[in-house]
Ligand binder design. Sequence first.
Ligand code: ACO
Length: 364
Amino acid sequence: MVIFRASYQFHKMNNTKIAGLGFYVPEKIITNHDLEKLMDTSDDWIVERTGIKERRYVDRKTETTAILARKAAERAIADAGIEATDIDFIVFATLSPDYYFPGSGVLLQRELGIAEKGVPAIDVRNQCSGFIYGLSVADQFIKSGMYKNILLVGAEAHSLGLDFTTRGRDVSVIFGDGAGAVILQPESNPKKGILTTHLHADGRFAEKLAMLSPGAHAGIHGNGEKYGITGDEEFETVIVNEKMLEDALLFPYMNGKYVFKFAIQKFPEVIMEALKTTGYNPTDVNLVIPHQANLRISQYVQKILRLRDDQMFNNIQKYGNTTAASIPIALSEARDEGKVKKGDLICLAAFGSGFTWGSALIRW
Ligand code: ACO
């Protein structure tokens, strides 16, 4: 007991604050009309079902996920008034990493020119919830006193791996490229910064929104035949094979109706969880920034929680669904537009592949 008291007094727990933020989206704008030229779709269909009017795609000659991340990170670093060399930990959330392995965190570290410092980098693979998961991980490291300047980035280069034929239209029209970054630092005022985070997952639905191959599943969780895997050959390569290429199994798959049903249930649930834990009501929140999954999902959530229009931030119309990047892009843009001010109560929430979902409540 004596030992516990001594160590507790030695380390006073801090909150975590967002000390800087920034985002980067590629210059190339792809409108719904551009997609009409590639597949059987229409501006009306896309706008009606998703709210998306345009999205950005990387320059294929110069941009990767890690490079988008670096561009967003440089802005967040400048915004926080620190140098890249001050960063002591990197958290990188993405579902479209540059390589199968290693993760993009080390590439970002190299891009930022701080590799020689040996700054540790962790990759978070929680797709649409990746930023919230990363925020919660970073929050624990700041609270414990282990790190003082964490760079958390969500970045995606979806356009490099989508099926642009009519076969893939239900997924391809939704996603866009971009990156958002924050710098996290200790906050000594216990009433400010990140007040609470909540993380959840339900692996029963892992295949409802997924890119299964290339992967080491060996056809075991699902139907081996579908992937051209018989299991008869001891040394057969099963991570990727010709059948997967021929049958377009190397593209993301989404059961849209299933995702919609769960999303409109879990978003309100996890937002209310954060509010109840801290003793707040939806009316107390200045701005909810949901993962930009689909404008229809956000509108549903707004209706269920009875939020006014000015309490809900949406920018999916311009960028599409940028998965792990969507919340930091939206948060940055909202702040730049004067919609996130000192003293505001900001709620971040996400739902996505896994299924995974989460929320964070922040006193700005
Ligand atoms: N353009 C034109 N027609 C299309 C397109 C397209 N891009 N995609 C599908 N269709 C067609 C289908 O083939 C189908 O045609 P059919 O009736 O002749 O068979 C018709 O449109 C209706 O298809 P559904 O799949 O039934 O369309 P639905 O009304 O369910 O809308 C959508 C699809 C928008 C994906 C919807 O299910 C949805 O909003 N789901 C939520 C999932 C989502 O938005 N996820 C975001 C990413 S995941 C995340 O971030 C959490």
